[in-house]
Write a protein of this length. Structure first.
Length: 99
């Protein structure tokens, strides 16, 4: 229900909402898994958590075209910064003399 608002950057799910959503998805996933499936998913989760201590997932996502495309879904484009004008001879004349 909040996905369009969140992706449109008009509202934010926030940590509490993300935790609740993650818990609901985890319970749904666990309810449909066998013991072996649960063990594999738990091992994957532990492995990713351990990897996050050494690897920046932000950098991994930014370096991977497919992951970056998914990450950018719904984000507004960031405007390019205004160019900085080159100093002119007049600017040099107006500058205070070095001490």
């Amino acid at each position: 229900a909040l996905l369009p608002e969140d992706l449109g950057e008009r509202a934010m799910l926030g940590d509490a909402g993300a935790n609740a959503l993650g818990a609901a998805l985890g319970v749904a996933l666990a309810a449909r898994s066998s013991r072996t499936g649960l063990a594999l998913k738990a091992a994957l989760l532990v492995g990713l958590t351990a990897a996050s201590e050494k690897v920046s997932f932000t950098k991994v996502i930014a370096a991977n075209r497919a992951l970056n495309t998914v990450d950018l879904l719904g984000r507004r484009p960031v405007p390019a910064p205004a160019p900085t004008p080159e100093p002119t001879a007049t600017d040099a004349e107006d500058a205070p003399a070095p001490a």
